[in-house]
Design a protein around this ligand. Structure first.
Ligand code: NAP
Ligand code: MG
Length: 491
């Protein structure tokens, strides 16, 4: 079936023919239990919920809804594994299991990619080329550290914490699970993980991989469910560390409920990244980077470049080029290999984005959208830009988490910096310039955990990631990611 966006994107029917990825090779069960103590088990209350394909609104599977009783079982299984085989295992042996997970994941990469796109709506190009390879790379990377912790923390002892409770969002389901599980296991902890309600399927496939890799029962437990299951993990007295990725609002609630407990925590929260284009930048390259930063993956990226600051002398040129490029973006079937912009993850998220489109216009912003035709079923949003907005506009200040870019101009370096830093968030940023001196100077002064120069949204397991200000507490990835899962002592 032709994707409407395809045909219109290249006027006159000269678009690409549809090239959908096959779904023949995937195995999605009609129902999944909770993965506790090495087995898929029924939820105590017998409740299940549907997970759907946001591009078609078709039901993909039914997934168990964990209650506090199930979470308690999972935490107890994790504790028993920690006290038992996993806790006693030599680090070099632990490392072999983690490598095995990485290898099996790589072997099944194609199946993982298709399921990720079906369940979450992201283009297959993203899940195939970014999410799944990076997820496997995290397991490979942390497998290597398991027996080298003494070199990671020279002169210190590094002991595991115990049971890690981990809660993840829907925008990078398998990748977020890997960011959380791999370092926890490498440091000798056991895990209870809750995936997001709308994207549980690759976590269920990961549970199968973990079982196939032969990990002792209870080392990794995966409990699907809603926010209440997440809260039950946070509040469980048997959890030693909470690792949360999600919105700043929920992160704040979690931080409050952890106050006064002995639990360690890391919070990876929202963002409102600024891309700054100086007049001396390679403009075409910058425009492509902006498009990649906000429109690919539907803007469902915590570090999405959702604000753009363009130096005044090139603003007209940049905006014109951006509008041209937006017209060529292919919006539609996430499984089509040509698709640039897939489906919005859920009807709730689409409502949120649409409400911001109204807010932006009501605030006096000038809204421009690509003219692509959207499929009749499913959840879609056209790539959108706002010009004529100010620093106080809500579309400039608040995280929309959709393909919506707010554009402003600046004249001088200091103005760009002040505007870029004028947000409660501080997760990431981007600079586009020909001058190395500007890059060095700006990257020191932008208050954000990651700042890219002449590129955007590039990730590597060796590189730490995390936020300043309301974007979070702690770092994941790289050596810093180990620190979050160990208790350090003096040798
Ligand atoms: P969310 O609503 O905060 O949900 C995140 C996870 O927390 C989900 O699994 C959710 O379950 C669960 N949850 C909900 N209420 C909870 C509670 N009271 N206690 C414990 N857990 C609870 O965020 P989202 O909308 O799924 O994800 C988008 C957000 O994640 C954005 O703000 C984005 O910036 C952020 N994000 C940050 C990073 C980073 O590294 N900084 C990376 C990716 C995403 P349900 O699924 O059932 O709601
Ligand atoms: Mg889904």
């Amino acid at each position: 079936m032709a994707t409407p966006g395809n045909k219109l994107a290249f006027d006159g029917g000269w678009g690409y023919d549809p090239a959908p990825e096959s779904t023949d090779h995937i195995d999605v069960k009609s129902r999944y239990g909770l993965f506790i103590n090495g087995d898929f088990v029924k939820p105590e209350k017998g409740k299940y919920f549907d997970t759907i394909n946001p591009a078609t609104e078709d039901k993909l599977s039914r997934v168990a809804e964990a209650s506090a009783v199930d979470v308690d079982k999972a935490v107890k299984a994790a504790r028993a594994a920690y006290r038992g085989p996993w806790g006693r295992m030599k680090p070099a042996e632990r490392s072999k299991y983690i490598y095995r997970i990485a290898r099996i994941m790589q072997e099944r990469a194609c199946e993982f990619s298709v399921i990720e796109s079906l369940d979450g709506g992201k283009p297959i190009r993203e899940s195939r080329d970014v999410d799944i390879p990076l997820a496997a790379a995290h397991f490979f990377y942390y497998a290597g550290w398991a027996d080298k912790l003494e070199y990671a923390f020279p002169g210190r002892t590094a002991k595991s914490l115990g049971v890690a409770g981990q809660i993840i969002p829907w925008n990078f389901p398998l990748l977020m699970a890997s960011w959380k599980i791999a370092p926890a296991l490498a440091c000798g902890n056991t895990v209870v993980l809750k995936p997001a309600e709308t994207t549980p399927l690759t976590a269920m496939k990961l549970a199968e991989v973990i079982a196939d890799a032969g990990l002792p029962p209870g080392v990794v437990n995966i409990v699907t469910g809603a926010g209440a299951a997440g809260a039950a993990i946070v509040d469980h007295p048997g959890v030693d560390k909470v690792a949360f990725t999600g919105s700043t609002n929920i992160g704040r609630m979690i931080q409050k409920s952890l106050a006064g407990t002995n639990k360690r925590y890391t919070l990876e929260l929202g963002g409102k990244a600024a891309n700054i284009i100086f007049a001396d930048a390679a403009i075409d390259q910058a425009v492509e980077g902006i498009v990649n930063g906000i429109f690919f993956n539907q803007g469902h990226v915590c570090c999405a470049g959702s604000r753009l600051f363009v130096q005044e002398s090139v603003a007209d040129e940049v905006i014109a080029k951006l509008k041209d490029r937006m017209e060529t973006l292919i919006v539609g079937d996430p499984l089509d290999k040509n698709t640039d912009v897939g489906a919005i993850n859920s009807t709730m998220q689409l409502d949120k984005i649409q409400s911001y489109l109204k807010i932006g216009q009501a605030e006096g912003g000038d809204m421009h959208q690509s003219s692509c035709t959207l499929p009749n079923k499913g959840y879609w949003c056209r790539p959108t830009i706002f010009t004529g907005v100010s620093q106080s506009s809500r579309v400039v200040q608040e995280e929309i988490f959709g393909p919506v870019l707010a554009i402003q101009t600046f004249r001088k370096y200091d103005e760009a910096l002040t505007k870029a830093n004028n947000t409660p968030y501080g997760l990431s940023g981007g600079i586009w310039t020909d001058k190395g001196s500007k890059i060095f100077n700006m990257t020191q002064k932008i208050r954000a955990g990651v700042v890219w120069a002449n590129t955007f949204n590039k990730f590597d397991p060796t590189s730490p990631f995390g936020g300043y200000k309301e974007s979070g507490v702690g770092r994941e990835g790289g050596l810093h990611g180990l620190d979050a899962y160990v208790k350090l002592g003096v040798k």
